[in-house]
Design a binder for this molecule. Structure first.
Ligand code: SF4
Ligand code: SF4
Length: 357
């Protein structure tokens, strides 16, 4: 009998758009984490700091309602060399159990040069030549139950995809196609961030695992293929410094607690939740702790946000407007605040006694 919180009465995974069963619920699943794009492994490192949920809770079976998970990440594995690569070989040959493919790092264009390669992982058993990252993606993506791009390099290309970069790097959706779907009908899932906010990644992974277990519908994504509930609001809407912005109180030096838009913060137009969520354990989050938002979760990053330390052009108009009314309102609030900081007159020891009235 189905549990009360199960989405499908047939105990099947729902395809959100067609409402048709996408696959049978899974009891076990592998996570194959490929860090062989152009990147710094920073997303794997960031993910180890997650607590809502932690990756340990996911792989140790501490969370009910998800399949048994085996994580295969080159950064965290105890195996090395061919002992590790063989898991990917078997998956590419269609010989492994269902798996979620996680891609970390930017995808290079291996067709833009006469020889050599930009990125690779393992070697071909027959030729002894490196297997390019693109080849791994070509082999693994069609077999995967779902594909997640972790971090801004894998999602949108990131730093490696800056104009003029000789690698021709791009994000996974530009490589596979924005309309790409896994064999069970799930689009590429993008979790951008440079690096990923730890809990954003593990929460997304948990959602996908709940979907795989038949206990959640297909993940809702925005136009950038980001989980819509995580990236639906701006940094500004959750920033600790929002009150200063609203009253036109801007700083022009680091170390101040006031709004840092004039130092180059793009928070008002950037979809990211770290202002509200913080970085680890609810603490931190770029502008909350004095770092300008440079828009690292956005498809236009980094080119459209550069030079980073300049005030965003659009904010010149908005900050002037806010300064006009914000400072006036702030001054008026001082009167109200002054009044509210005094006790009512009747709470005095020498107030008139009732019998005196
Ligand atoms: S620091 Fe940035 S995100 Fe925060 S209130 Fe100012 S402009 Fe908005
Ligand atoms: S606040 Fe801005 S710079 Fe910081 S993680 Fe979010 S998008 Fe990136």
């Amino acid at each position: 009998m189905n549990e009360p919180n199960m989405i499908s009465p047939e105990n099947t995974v729902l395809n959100r758009e067609s409402n048709a069963p996408a696959s049978q619920p899974l009891e076990e699943i592998d996570i194959l984490w490929l860090t062989a794009g152009l990147g710094c492994d920073g997303d794997t490192i960031a993910m180890t700091g997650a607590s809502l949920p932690s990756i340990e809770d996911i792989v140790l079976g501490a969370i009910p309602g998800i399949p048994k998970v085996t994580l295969r990440s080159p950064v965290l594995a105890s195996e090395s060399g061919e002992d590790f690569v063989r898991h990917f070989r078997r998956a590419a040959e269609g010989k492994s159990k269902d798996f979620i493919l996680v891609i970390e790092g930017s995808i290079p264009n291996e067709n833009n040069k006469a020889e050599g390669y930009w990125a690779a992982f393992g070697v071909d058993e027959i030729s002894g030549q490196p297997i390019s990252t693109c080849e791994w993606i070509d082999r693994l993506a069609p077999q995967a139950w779902a594909v997640i791009a972790a971090g801004t390099c894998a999602t949108y290309g990131g730093i490696h995809a800056m104009e003029g970069n000789p690698t021709g790097c791009m994000g996974l959706a530009d490589y596979l196609g924005w309309g790409w779907r896994s064999r069970v009908g799930i689009p590429i899932i993008n979790v951008p961030g440079c690096p990923i906010q730890p809990d954003n990644f593990t929460e997304t992974l948990l959602y996908v695992l709940r979907n795989a277990a038949g206990r959640a519908p297909q993940i809702p994504l925005d136009d950038g293929l980001r989980p819509s509930w995580l990236f639906g609001e701006t940094v500004h809407e959750g920033c600790d410094r929002g009150g200063y912005y609203e009253q036109g109180d801007f700083t022009d030096f680091y170390g101040s607690r006031r709004c840092i838009v004039k130092l180059g913060c793009w928070g008002p137009v950037v979809n990211c939740n770290v202002g509200k969520r913080g970085w680890m354990g609810g603490i931190g989050g770029c502008p909350n702790v004095g770092g300008i938002c440079i828009g690292c979760t956005m498809p236009g990053f980094p080119d459209k946000f550069m030079p980073f330390m300049n005030q965003p052009p659009g904010s010149l108009l908005s900050t002037n407007a806010v300064m006009t009314y914000g400072r006036t309102i702030h001054a008026l609030r001082r009167f109200t605040q002054g009044s509210l900081n005094k006790e009512p007159e009747w709470r005095k020891r020498d107030r008139p006694r009732l019998t005196d009235i």
